[in-house]
Design a protein around this ligand. Structure first.
Ligand code: ZN
Ligand code: ZN
Length: 114
C-alpha cells in the first residue's frame, strides 16, 4: 500500500518537474527573437568589498535577458569584519565592552560588544 502511494507521488513529481523544465526553454526562444530594450537601470548582483569587485546587471525590459554586465570597482571602505580569535574584551571608562574585529584585507577596528 505504502509503496504504491510513494510511486504515485514520484510520478506526479516527475510530471510537474517536466512542466517546470519546459518553461526556461520557451523563455530562451522568445529571447532569441527579442530586439532587446534596455532602460539603463542596473541591479546589483554582488556588492563590491575591500577585497572583491562587485557586479551589476542590466536586463532587457521585454524578455528579462541580461544585456549588460558591469564590474563595480573594489570598495576599500566596505569591510567584512570578523572576530579575531582569542582577542581580549576591552572595557571603556563608561563600562561598555569593546572587541577588535579584523577583515581579510588586514584592516582592524573596535566594535562595541556590550
Ligand atoms: Zn529582450
Ligand atoms: Zn577589508
Amino acid at each position: 500500500m505504502k509503496t504504491t502511494s510513494i510511486k504515485r507521488a514520484l510520478s506526479a513529481l516527475a510530471a510537474s518537474a517536466m512542466i517546470v523544465a519546459s518553461i526556461p526553454a520557451m523563455a530562451s526562444s522568445a529571447a532569441r527573437n527579442c530586439r532587446h530594450n534596455f532602460n539603463g537601470s542596473y541591479t546589483i548582483v554582488r556588492q563590491a568589498t575591500c577585497t572583491q569587485t562587485g557586479l551589476k546587471e542590466g536586463r532587457c525590459t521585454k524578455c528579462g535577458d541580461v544585456v549588460s554586465r558591469v564590474t563595480i570597482p573594489k570598495n576599500k571602505n566596505n569591510h567584512n569584519y570578523k572576530r579575531v580569535p582569542g582577542s581580549k574584551v576591552h572595557r571603556s571608562p563608561d563600562g561598555r565592552q569593546w572587541m577588535y574585529v579584523q577583515c581579510a584585507c588586514g584592516s582592524r577596528t573596535l566594535i562595541c560588544v556590550g
